[in-house]
Write a new protein. Structure first.
Length: 752
């Protein structure tokens, strides 16, 4: 049989096959070379300057990090004692060792430095089932990460961490590793090592700690700045202690009864040292620094941090709050907080989280960052949505009469005004200025709850997450917010519709003077006592939330003292003499939270009064003007005493026009030269394309009850006659001006 020639082999000629084989060899060679170079690069990155675990036995001398105000005033030195006391493992109570292992590394005595199965599975379990973010690192990994590596979250660093953990386990015994861990990890503040922690928090040696004290300390290293009982979130320290005790029960170290008994024990913390200025702000800044640079660099790296805070302003605000809260004792007001910002730059100029940080009754609890109900202070955001979507204007009429709102399958919602009265026809300017509730709820219903929540998020309110949790009462403060978020939201109005996120840091320098970060803004002015004129073209960076027209209209309504006189009087604490300040109050129905927020184009001041334990205040606190407003007034007056009177800049898209003072409609007589316009007039601002065009027509033929002379209800058929009456309307119904109103008007039900 004849042999088939190479030319007839399927797939091509001998020349083609040779070329393909050659290409394949080159491809494999290049790929192999690339893999080799990549491996060498990774190996270099991992092993270059890889520290030796033998360094774990020595301790670097820490360097002081300093936090300063904007003018160089020292606020706080983050300092760890150079001569800290090291303890032997035998001096550490057994239950403290068990607590540490239980919460941090259950299988510590069974793995070789890394626990890829137990640690990672446990982390996934806690994250998924308990919503607790957990890492999969062992105690050995945490030790080498804290003592030998940087806090950077990179793959290279993680590989180095794993290598060093294996290496460490080959050099040291398990008890030695645990001892080094307890002596080197941070426990919050200046407490590095368990002995320093015992001294800092309880004023005793570690060997004398109780089970309750030990379990609280054991929970701190996972996030020392966050969990520290002396930090910004003291409540989280107790929550973390509960987690530690729960783990100890699961691991068989203690019984369920011991857990309950331990949680019932009162922890007596050592009185904190007072060598700190603006403590709530400092702890707030420190938490931000730790999140960015890591505990070790912040605590021991010799950083120089210049902040946005102005110490003189902070000190004055602290004094004002302390003295004013003392005056409110009879009104069952136990605490107050304040935030001062510069909206164009977002700088926090002052932050007072409570009347006294060093007070025993949770003074270190920072109210400015916690969630509280805002009461009516949230209303401007609701009205801003209506103005922005052009559903309403400042002259839009609202009928303020007894009203219930019905949603299918739910109980009717029947709001009332804080003064217990109803005010009939009122235009938006006066409804917002006097903070009437019925018009605000109608505005919410007209906008839609979901729309307002979405807009609130754009304003910077981060706590309104699930629309299904909220109803129309959201506009009266039915959802919780933080003061820092409210500062951002009201800053949108001050900034002509642009949101500027809040800033606390001007510059961070390392121990060698190298600048790690620096705040730069064309509107920055170092000395806030200088006269800050509002430029005609202020370039503010940030996302635009609403138009400058809407921002101006809301700002103008809130600075209009005439618009709020009916509710607050002509000379209330909302007035700052010789200064136009936009301001809004808010008080929850249950009198647990009482707010005042006010701003100019240059400054914003927010104040809250209430009680940390959320107990109600005296019912006399019917509005923010009797609680938070006096504090707000004094802080704002201090801030503006040397400042020019600065009004919000009127956009070209906003014009003024004469309207009928009752209905908000256009005057019936369009002749500008006519003396009689046919209605009482007032001047109002509008977006150019929203000036009322329909003339006021009050006389209408309507059904009237023959006996009561009231406007008949829509479903009334008997005893009704048609009469010509004066009638005005809002988006949900009509109101008869010259019908009988004896104070017993029937309730109108609006079905949504």
């Amino acid at each position: 049989m004849e042999q088939e020639s190479p030319e007839k082999i399927p797939g091509g000629s001998k020349k083609t096959i040779s070329s393909f084989a050659l290409f394949k060899k080159k491809y494999l060679l290049v790929t192999g070379l690339f893999i080799l170079l990549l491996f060498l690069y990774l190996a270099f990155a991992v092993f270059n300057d890889l520290p030796s675990p033998t360094k774990l036995a020595s301790y670097e001398i820490p360097q002081t990090s300093k936090i300063l105000d904007r003018n160089g005033e020292l606020l706080y030195e983050i300092y760890t004692d150079q001569n800290r006391t090291l303890v032997k493992l035998s001096d550490v109570p057994i239950y403290l060792r068990q607590a540490t292992i239980s919460i941090e590394d259950k299988d510590f005595y069974h793995h070789q430095g890394v626990n890829p199965i137990g640690g990672i599975l446990r982390a996934i379990k806690e994250t998924v089932f308990h919503q607790q973010l957990q890492g999969g690192s062992t105690i050995t990994q945490q030790l080498v990460k804290t003592a030998l590596l940087t806090p950077q979250r990179t793959l290279t660093r993680k590989i180095r961490e794993i290598i060093l953990a294996f290496w460490t386990e080959k050099i040291y015994k398990k008890d030695t590793i645990l001892e080094m861990y307890l002596n080197q990890v941070p426990y919050g503040g200046t407490a590095w090592g368990i002995e320093a922690a015992a001294e800092t928090y309880f004023g005793k040696h570690v060997k004398n700690l109780t089970l309750s004290e030990a379990t609280l300390l054991a929970g701190l290293p996972a996030a020392p700045t966050i969990y520290s009982p002396f930090g910004a979130h003291p409540d989280l320290a107790v929550q973390r202690q509960t987690e530690v005790l729960t783990r100890m029960v699961e691991d068989g170290y203690i019984t369920q009864d011991q857990k309950k008994q331990t949680l019932n024990e009162k922890l007596n913390f050592r009185q904190q040292k007072s060598n700190i200025k603006a403590p709530h702000f400092v702890m707030y800044v420190k938490e931000q620094l730790v999140n960015k640079y890591g505990e070790k660099l912040v605590e021991q790296g010799g950083l120089k941090v210049t902040t946005t805070l102005d110490w003189k302003l902070q000190e004055s605000a602290q004094d004002i709050i302390a003295s004013e809260v003392a005056k409110l004792k009879d009104l069952k007001v136990g605490n107050a907080a304040s935030l001062v910002t510069r909206p164009p730059t977002g700088e926090i100029l002052a932050m007072i989280g409570s009347k006294d940080y060093f007070a025993t009754d949770s003074g270190n609890f920072n109210v400015t960052t916690s969630l509280r109900q805002p009461g009516s202070s949230i209303k401007p955001l609701n009205y801003a949505v209506g103005l922005e979507t052009k559903k309403v204007t400042p002259a839009t009429l609202f009928i303020d009469t007894p009203t219930c709102f019905g949603v299918s399958g739910q109980k009717s919602y029947c709001p009332v005004n804080y003064d217990g009265k109803f005010h009939g026809p009122t235009q938006l300017r006066f409804a917002l200025g006097n903070s009437f509730n019925i018009p605000a709820v109608k505005m919410m219903a007209f906008n839609g709850v979901e729309t307002v929540i979405a807009s609130a998020s754009a304003f910077g309110i981060s706590s309104f997450k699930d629309p299904s949790r909220y109803g129309l009462s959201l506009t009266l403060g039915g959802g919780e917010v933080s003061m820092v978020d409210m500062g951002k939201a009201f800053g949108v109005f001050a900034n002509g519709g642009i949101r500027r996120d809040l800033s606390t840091i001007l510059k961070v320098e390392d121990k060698n003077g190298k600048v790690l970060e620096e705040f730069k803004d064309p509107n920055f002015v170092k000395n806030i006592s200088d006269q800050l004129n509002y430029p005609s073209t202020l370039l503010i960076s940030g996302p635009r939330v609403i138009s400058d027209e809407t921002a101006f209209l809301i700002s103008h309504i809130l600075l209009d003292n005439n618009a709020r006189t009916a509710a607050f009087g002509e000379s209330s604490f909302l007035v700052i003499p010789n200064h136009a300040v936009s301001v809004k109050t808010g008080t929850t129905d249950d009198k647990r939270d009482n707010w005042t927020l006010g701003f100019t184009p240059n400054f914003l001041v927010a104040v809250w009064v209430g009680n940390n334990d959320n107990t109600p205040m005296n019912p006399y606190l019917t509005s923010g003007v009797t609680g938070a407003a006096p504090i707000w007034n004094k802080i704002t007056a201090y801030l503006l005493k040397n400042q020019p009177d600065v009004w919000p800049k009127q956009p070209v898209g906003v014009v003024g026009a004469q309207i009928c003072s009752l209905s908000g409609k256009a005057p019936p007589n369009p002749d500008p030269n006519a003396q009689d316009k046919g209605c009482g007039l007032r001047y109002e601002y509008f977006r150019k394309d929203t000036i009322p065009k329909d003339p006021e027509v009050l006389k209408q033929t309507i059904p009237v009850d023959k006996n009561t002379h009231k406007m008949a209800s829509p479903d009334q058929k008997d005893n009704v006659e048609m009469k010509e009456q004066q009638v005005v309307s809002d988006m949900f119904g009509s109101y008869c001006l010259d019908c009988s109103h004896d104070g017993g008007d029937s309730i109108t039900t609006i079905k949504l």
